[in-house]
Write a protein that binds this ligand. Structure first.
Ligand code: AMP
Ligand code: ZN
Length: 460
């Protein structure tokens, strides 16, 4: 069976044919590093990690290049730096904010079982490429300089008589409607309301670089140009897959396409545009004001990263997810069980019943259902399938031990009580044996009697 992926641009599921099977190339928009990542931000990271793993499985580890950027130039970063480190020079404060947030992001996504991408470019290290693209756009008549800004003109793009895509195609918006619906209080330096910023002047004290297009004052890039530049540097003018959350389709990805296609005179930037659906919490949009804003960092205090990972993958990546405590508890139970039966087993080849749904536009809920099916049968195929999907990073004993530690249960005390209960049972004192079982249950310990003796685990 072949891999099929849903492409936001063509609005259909198509066979995936890489431009070069020995170098399959994927770009995913990464975090803006100014604060802890929330559980919604974890969704694209986990979803595209699964795709990365699947592509490596299909084309070979050495033949897949995955680029996920770090946005370290942004107004939100500047504001956070000024607020958190008022005593420091702004540039130094910004470095502190981006370094600390970047470190935290890595700790979070490592714990979620995500492989590091092949390259993690930082915007601040690609200013030269941004300037180069901007110069090309100005020369080509797609962008212009006004009051030390450089602006991209979607109308110039659509007026060009060439094989360029039309602005608005990715997000299925018509430029005419955008023009008609534009706000009245448009920045005075814009020729048209729909023009967007490629480069702008920096305020005093803000990070700044030599400007392109003959502008004397120093400045800094807009957000969209950052991704066009980093994708170009690491993946070339035209590559296979570009991903991110559904909220990025417009304007971010629409503008990336416009910049890259006009600068390189290409019909396409990426052949497949993939977007994950949004995550909400207990039926509500996640927001700071509703108080249901959860960071990955906080969740990891209560749940192993693999539980969060499984919980994310139980929903197809294009559907919205409702993130609930109930579903987390179920995911934890499932993983407890899989760890018990499969973690210490020699992993076999991933099962065809698991790979096939993954090939169908990453149908992870069906793949998970197939793994439930393997549980009572081919556990070595279950182990192999789980590993392919980024699970079973620990041994069964480590997993159980972590659960015990997190629960605060004293294992020695539990063993002592179980020995007492065994003694009571052998002298047929069932009243005492039941009392001890209830005591253990109250401590959060579940016991199981079999011919081999009594085993126990932390009840979820
Ligand atoms: P941001 O830092 O806001 O640019 O977001 C980083 C990534 O997380 C982007 O791909 C967003 O589309 C994605 N994202 C942000 N919030 C959510 C959410 N609630 N559900 C799913 N994805 C999200
Ligand atoms: Zn981007």
């Amino acid at each position: 069976m072949e891999l099929r992926l849903y492409d936001t641009l063509s609005r259909d599921k198509r066979a995936f044919v890489p431009l070069d099977a020995s170098n399959v190339r994927m770009y995913v928009c990464g975090p803006t590093v100014y604060d802890f990542a929330h559980i919604g931000n974890a969704r694209p990271v986990i979803v595209f990690d699964v795709l990365f793993r699947l592509l490596r499985h299909l084309y070979g580890e050495a033949h897949v290049k995955y680029v996920r950027n770090i946005t370290d130039v942004d107004d939100k970063i500047n504001d956070r730096a000024a607020r958190d480190f008022p005593g420091l020079a702004l540039n130094e404060a910004i470095r502190k904010v981006t370094e600390e947030t970047g470190r935290q992001f890595h700790a979070d996504v490592d714990a979620l079982g995500c492989l590091r991408p092949s390259v993690e470019p930082r915007a601040t290290e690609h200013i030269a490429e941004m300037r180069e693209i901007i110069e090309r756009l100005v020369k080509g008549g797609f962008a212009y300089v006004a009051e030390d800004h450089v602006l991209f003109s979607p109308q110039a793009m659509n007026a060009a008589n060439s094989s360029l895509p039309r602005y608005g195609t990715l997000s299925k918006r018509s430029l005419d409607e955008m023009i008609a619906g534009a706000r009245v209080d448009v920045a005075p330096y814009k020729r048209d309301a729909t023009d967007f910023v490629l480069w702008k002047p920096s305020k005093p004290g803000e990070p700044s670089w030599a400007s392109p297009a003959g502008i004397k004052a120093e400045g800094r890039p807009g957000w969209h140009i950052e991704c066009s530049a980093m994708a170009w540097k690491h993946l070339g003018e035209h590559f296979d897959i570009h991903g991110g959350g559904i909220d990025l389709v417009f304007p971010h990805h629409e503008n990336e396409v416009a910049q890259s296609c006009c600068a390189f005179r290409r019909e396409r930037m990426a052949n497949y545009w993939m977007h994950n659906g949004f995550l909400q919490v207990e039926g509500e949009k996640m927001s700071k004001s509703l108080g249901n804003f959860i960071t990955i960092h906080e969740l990891l205090k209560d749940w192993p990263g693999e539980v969060l990972r499984l919980n994310m993958l139980k929903t197809h990546y294009r559907s919205p997810i409702d993130w609930t405590m109930k579903s987390l508890e179920e995911s934890a139970k499932t993983l407890d069980d899989w760890y018990r039966v499969a973690a210490d087993v020699e992993p076999g080849k991933p099962a065809a019943s698991v790979i096939e749904p993954l090939l169908d536009d990453l149908n992870t809920p069906l793949a998970i259902a197939a793994m439930h099916g393997l549980r009572g049968g081919d556990v070595s195929a279950l182990a192999g399938s789980l590993r392919l999907l980024g699970f079973l990073s620990e041994s069964a004993a480590q997993w159980e031990g972590r659960k015990q530690q997190a629960s605060g249960v004293d294992a020695t005390e539990v063993e002592r009580l179980i020995a007492e209960r065994t003694a009571a049972r052998s002298r047929k004192d069932f009243g005492e044996s039941d009392r001890i079982r209830d005591l253990l249950a109250a401590m959060g310990v579940a016991i199981k009697d079999s011919k081999e003796g009594t085993t126990w685990e932390i009840a979820r």
